[in-house]
Design a protein around this ligand. Sequence first.
Ligand SMILES: [Zn+2]
Ligand SMILES: [Zn+2]
Length: 468
Amino acid sequence: MPLDASISFFGAAEQVTGSCHLVQWQDKQVLLDCGMVQGGDQVTELNKCRFPFRPKDIDAVILSHAHIDHSGMLTLLIARGFQGPIFCSDGTARLLPILLKDAYQLYVKDLEWQNKQRARQGKSAIEPCMSLKDVLEVEKRLKPYPYEQTVDVLPGLALKLHDAGHILGSAIVELWLKGTQAMRHLVFSGDLGNPATVLMRDPTYIEAADVVLMESTYGDRDHQGLDNTVEEFAAALDAAHKAGGNVFIPAFALGRSQEILYYLGLLYHQGRLKQKMVVLDSPMAIEITKIYNEMIDEFDRKDTRIFSKYGAKDLQSFLPILHLTKDVEESQALNRIQSGAIIIAGSGMCNGGRILHHFKHNLWKNINHVVFVGFQAKGTLGRRLIDGETRVKVLGQPLVVRAAIHTIGGFSAHAGQSQLIEWVSHIQGQPTVYLVHGEVPALEALQAKLQQQGMDVHIARHGQRMAL
Ligand SMILES: [Zn+2]
Ligand SMILES: [Zn+2]
């Protein structure tokens, strides 16, 4: 019997978020990622979700990494009847429960708010589509494996995860599908890291494949050099010190916060950090930083050697002036600090979280500085601030923006165009390449570049099913 295998693209096709692809061969079905489309109303997104497959018929899920746009629908998948195992790396298994619990709590809070509005309009309440039990069930199904170990997912399906260098635990997924006569070799890049960034190793090169699914987030451009970015960051901190106030950094809990702690540690040891105290004021970022500290062996050697050079063993000891807030009271007490502190708080785009209450007390004072180190989507408070709005509403209160706003655009956890080309060019066997996880201009630019090199490259279309 020949191998009858296919792949269907159900998410992150012609867009960045919602990564989800279905591999079918013979009578088996395996999902690569089960991510959430981000940016919209999550209650509607989850409650109205119609999976384009029957969750109960899925034999297994293979997860590339813990980011919500790759994992956020797993809880709903369980609630709708999925009963199989979830394969992932060791790092992902540590991080995922934290992220899914946080996403669930946000969902419940949004649902309560919407139901309060509906009750006032005489409308019936929306029932939750999943429970905390489902979140805990995801954790029970996790099957963590180290990188570079071959694992049998199902009879006839072997898996190996490789370090993708994007965040802790991020993996490139390599799959071998075996029929009685034929075998197919599939590689899914997941999100590929930016080799220039600190802490993570460079993405692993893959030797050969028949079919490659590759991310294309920065398919149309390269990043500016990271050295300039770090200098811009240091200059912003310096300006803040001279102004005599505090610095507020809205940061994403997973990845960017830990990277920023590393750079602050480096500036501290170089004697360039003038502030007296760095406060990490995000419960989720604190939990994740602890896991990063425990899994220090997963980091790039060249960065851990710098830890050793300064007698440190992890992010905490590398930045001795780092303080982790214990509770809400301690977070609120930070408002009494008038100067000399760097406060890192979520959410990264300022659409929720503790950063809002810091803004309420500090955004209107001209001695303070806000430093943005991550992408700000349209419609968020973060975007309005970097666009230069001088009057904003924070927690229902109108404020004048007198704090200085800095935008440091050069930090990125994704490979740039040249790095994507280099990674895929290393794969032998003239594979068919499908581009996923990118906006249309990025996909088209990358496709054109790869076609110039004679590659067979296609842009994955939503809902499309391709024979393997
Ligand atoms: Zn990611
Ligand atoms: Zn992603």
